[in-house]
Design a protein around this ligand. Structure first.
Ligand SMILES: *[C@@H]1O[C@H](CO)[C@@H](O)[C@H](O)[C@H]1NC(C)=O
Ligand SMILES: *[C@@H]1O[C@H](CO)[C@@H](O)[C@H](O)[C@H]1NC(C)=O
Length: 408
């Protein structure tokens, strides 16, 4: 009896503490000013196609829209992608560790597709593997006078102490705001972008302009994406289900243009996969692919979470388009279906960060382990939604064994 009532008092005490903490968040409703960066342009207008940020590189069939992504599980490979406009041309990448001496070469593949009456250029993807960690590589693509040279830095070896700087970008588009975001990011010292979906917003256009705006976006992000890996996830603007134009194959443009190393993490679909980089294990999910119980994405994630080794990669990061917590009126509760399926796994696996886009507003919740833990059916009325506020709140008890990490 005594023990039971002491336990009850302890639970009550915890509940009160949490409630006070939560309510203080809810009242403040924001985390203060975290950056001096202020975006100036509004409303967002797409940059005209003749702007220099979309410039077509000089020379016959010159490679354009160059971008790279991690090519394997552990960061010793990259996939280099580019488009040649006039003819397929060469699929090979020449590369080496010093400028003007390309000792190695790798052979890629080429693909092309149509969208309405638009015909894409020749889209090349080339896996360059067997790289050394922590090294700078120069690479050259294209032929003769039209060839172009870029470089990238490989990450440090997988190690719990390996430091690394990721940038987070989502919902980029190709407006003047997008340009400001990209330029701001490029000054940040970020070494690799975790991209939280919605790339070009080409689907706001119709007919041939959809493909044309994918091409312009590819040229736009090249200034960063050719030099450091962008880790891709797909958003709603990648679906491009446009039956009025007889385009009904979801993700058609995205899947042709952006490769991911999905097979390296035993995924059967490029839309969800995992990589490890430095001290982070990064899981990319697809908000717009089936994820309920027994679907391939669900089965894959269950296995991938078992492969996470916190001794090697203490940071566990999930990247996806739709946030599972969102107090903004825009897209409110769209993440509920995925929250219902995966939140308990995220909690049990002690995911450190979930980065999502979709809602064009900055929101973050801290100490989510403390506040969001409905990993068992809530058999009380101790939950509520806090609309248009900072947190989206669940308060199941008990709190036993919930670690609180400090972020630095
Ligand atoms: C791809 O390119 C080849 C060669 O130019 C062309 O014959 C074919 O029709 C193209 N395929 C698509 C789907 O556009
Ligand atoms: C909910 O609570 C009732 C009453 O304490 C209990 O009989 C029932 O088994 C609980 N249900 C679940 C799903 O835990």
């Amino acid at each position: 009896m005594l023990l039971a009532s002491r336990l009850l008092r302890l639970q009550l005490f915890r509940f009160v503490i949490i409630l006070v903490l939560v309510l203080s968040y809810v009242e403040n409703g924001n985390a203060g000013l975290t950056s001096t960066f202020v975006r100036t342009q509004w409303p967002a207008a797409d940059i005209p196609l003749d702007n220099e940020v979309f410039a077509i590189p000089k020379g016959y069939n010159a490679p354009q829209q160059v971008h790279i992504t991690q090519g394997d599980y552990d960061g010793k490979a990259v996939i280099i992608s580019w488009v040649t406009p006039d003819e397929p041309g060469s699929n090979s990448v020449k590369y080496g560790t010093s400028e003007n001496s390309y000792d190695f070469s790798a052979e890629g593949t080429v693909t092309n597709y149509t969208f309405y009456k638009y015909k894409s250029g020749y889209i090349h993807h080339c896996l360059v593997d067997g790289l050394e960690y922590d090294s700078k590589y120069y690479y050259k693509i294209g032929e003769g006078d039209s060839s172009r040279v870029f470089w990238f830095q490989t990450p440090p070896e997988i190690d719990p102490d390996a430091s690394y700087t990721f940038g987070i970008i989502g919902d980029l588009g190709q407006t003047y705001n997008s340009l400001s975001t990209l330029e701001h990011y490029m000054k940040s010292g970020g070494q690799s972008v975790l991209f939280a979906g919605d790339l070009s917003y080409a689907d706001r256009y119709q007919y041939d302009d959809v493909g044309i705006r994918w091409d312009s976006w590819g040229r736009f992000v090249e200034q960063s994406a050719a030099y450091q890996p962008w880790i891709w996830s797909a958003g709603n603007h990648e679906i491009e289900y446009m039956p009025e134009m007889e385009e009904v194959l979801p993700f058609k443009s995205f899947l042709h243009r952006f490769a991911t190393p999905h097979t390296a993490s035993k995924s059967t679909n490029p839309l969800w996969y995992a990589i490890r980089r430095a001290s982070a294990h990064i899981i990319v999910l697809s908000s717009y692919s089936p994820f309920v119980k027994y679907t391939p994405q669900w089965m894959w994630l269950r296995e991938e979470l078992k492969r996470v080794n916190r001794e090697k990669t203490p940071w566990l990061i999930v990247v996806m388009h739709v946030p599972i917590y969102n107090s903004n009126a825009a897209h409110y509760m769209e993440g509920e279906s995925m929250r219902a399926v995966f939140e308990s796994w995220f909690v049990r696996s002690k995911v450190d960060f979930i980065f999502a886009g979709h809602v064009h507003a900055y929101e973050r919740s801290v100490c989510t382990f403390l506040f969001f833990m409905p990993y068992r059916p809530i058999n009380t009325s101790s939950y509520r939604y806090v609309a248009n506020q900072f947190v989206y709140l669940y308060l199941p008890l008990p709190l036993n064994g919930i670690p609180i990490r400090s972020f630095s």
